[in-house]
Design a protein around this ligand. Sequence first.
Ligand code: HEM
Length: 505
Amino acid sequence: PTNNQNKADPKAATSTDLPLNGNLGTLTTGSGNPVLSNQTSQTAGYYGPVLMQDFHLNDKLARFDRERIPERVVHAKGAGAHGYFEVTKDISHLTCAKFLSEVGKRTPVFTRFSTVGGESGSADTARDPRGFAVKFYTEEGNWDMVGNNTPIFFIRDPLKFPDFIHTQKRDPRTHLKNLDMQWDFWSLVPEALHQVMILFSNRGTPDGFRHMHGYSSHTLKLVKADGSFHYVRWHFRTNQGIKNLTAQEAAKLTGTNPDYSTQDLFEAIERGDHPSWTVSIQIFTEEDAMKLKYNPFDVTKVVSQKDYPLHEVGRMVLDRNPENYFAEVEQAAFSPSHMVPGIAPSPDRMLQGRLFSYSDTHRHRLGANYLQLPINSPRDAVRNQQRDGPMCFGSNGGRQPNYEPNSYGGPQEAPETREIDIKSSVDGIIGRHTYKLTDDDFDQPRALYRLLSAKEQQDLVDNIAGSIAQAKPVFQRNILPHLKRIDSEFGSRVEAFLKKHNSGL
Ligand code: HEM
């Protein structure tokens, strides 16, 4: 039995919409004993001290003392919803993943949207990428598509991730956000500028979570039963249409309604206006990957949709709000390493680093048994010899042998879900093969700048220069050559802004 008081009226939108004076039986302690009084502690006489033997008081305070778990080290502020994914176009010739096996097939999903850098109480409208994480509860276990609302990322080696994130967090001394840290880092890691340009365009402040696309960003593999594969990038295109906030609108909302996107998603679903996304893939072969001008395993690069257009696969609909935020959203644990047969990682270095990092952080944030939590546990039973650990619930394998191989039978290996032969992606000698910065790294940012309308270019220049202006002159000077290398007009406009606004340049 669990604490199910809110289930009393499924039509109640919030806890304060429940019927008044509902009676759900006797109030109990955590151990199920009736509570005599929930208002008055037990004391020795009217003026006497509180007694140690008042278990209800001790338990209530001690339980309260432990209400918070560590927040996510990134993507701490977010909102989530349940829904489904439905296959609309057949791609069974590309993958043996059972949830993709036929048109019309539906798979339950849980999706969480988030900002990245801020703490769990921070504003939804911050200039930041948005997380776009989808858990597919398939018949072969869970597939987590842990993406963002941007098709690319800032860095291309996982070794840089903790440093990059530190620049987005708070100054170690002042505990304030520090733009010197951000612009110092970006001027020294110019491959980040492609994503930085998206960040400082109006796409850096989407109008809520419903009006943005989602991307796997990384290249993944779709694998067939015979082990052959194609590379794919996943795109979730919003059917609500793209809507962004201007910097001014976002700043205003940060003050007036910091929970803007959380509220917008919740209320839309509550009133039956269920947001949906059309899910598509870009498909290319291993030979294509080797021929491309850009390395498709470098997540600072897009794969051109001109060369590799989108192929529709299905749609995702979000139609049910969580019943309890903590249980379903805060405890949700997505990991790029949760994959099903038929979906596999590419050699993308960042993705490879992520395959380790997420489950590792979950074991820290939620504990070794995080996969037993209802929001994370797969649809079908888990069968293995993993046992025990803190907060182990369920039968823990009951009386079944806790070792393997054994002579008692039990769960059997599935050799037919063979791993792909990755030999073809691996060559050369072990080493630290650095991706050197080349002219190619500036081509896509240049194309992006030139694709923007005059108004969008102006917003980008104002937003990015407005931020650079707050960094020390040395970092302003260091970033400008990179911006000019992207596009000399772009760099010069930023420079003119800095000079005009007496930024110290
Ligand atoms: C969350 C690490 C790159 C998307 C997280 C978390 C960690 C992390 C530790 C917190 C997870 C939790 O506590 O539940 C990393 C590392 C990266 C990386 C080490 C690079 C090496 C990326 C990229 C994307 C991304 C490239 C998108 C394409 C997300 C999302 C979440 C997240 C959406 C939030 C998941 C949720 O809603 O619970 N990341 N990350 N991350 N990351 Fe990354």
